[in-house]
Design a protein around this ligand. Sequence first.
Ligand SMILES: N[C@@H](CCC(=O)N[C@@H](CS)C(=O)NCC(=O)O)C(=O)O
Length: 83
Amino acid sequence: MAKQYQLFHYDSCFFCGRVRGFIEQAGLDIPYRNIHTEPGAHQELINGGGRGTVPCLRIDDGGDVRWLYESADIVEYLRGHAA
Ligand SMILES: N[C@@H](CCC(=O)N[C@@H](CS)C(=O)NCC(=O)O)C(=O)O
């Protein structure tokens, strides 16, 4: 099964904008999880990834979940795996 992705972010976050820009330019279909507007999303990020910093890409590989932080690392990952 293909990996499932979610991007935890918020609108005014500069680093999130970098990642969103790449996703949109590459035409990737990755759901956004806004930690400021979606109740529970920030806590889900903290519980799952260990910290609340955004952007963070949640990577679900058949139930094996990984949380990737750092905008540059997320873009590099997506370029290699999903774009
Ligand atoms: N070096 C990180 C910076 C991420 C960052 O500073 N994110 C800010 C929002 S723009 C944040 O989540 N701050 C809240 C915190 O550090 O808890 C990246 O490139 O992703």
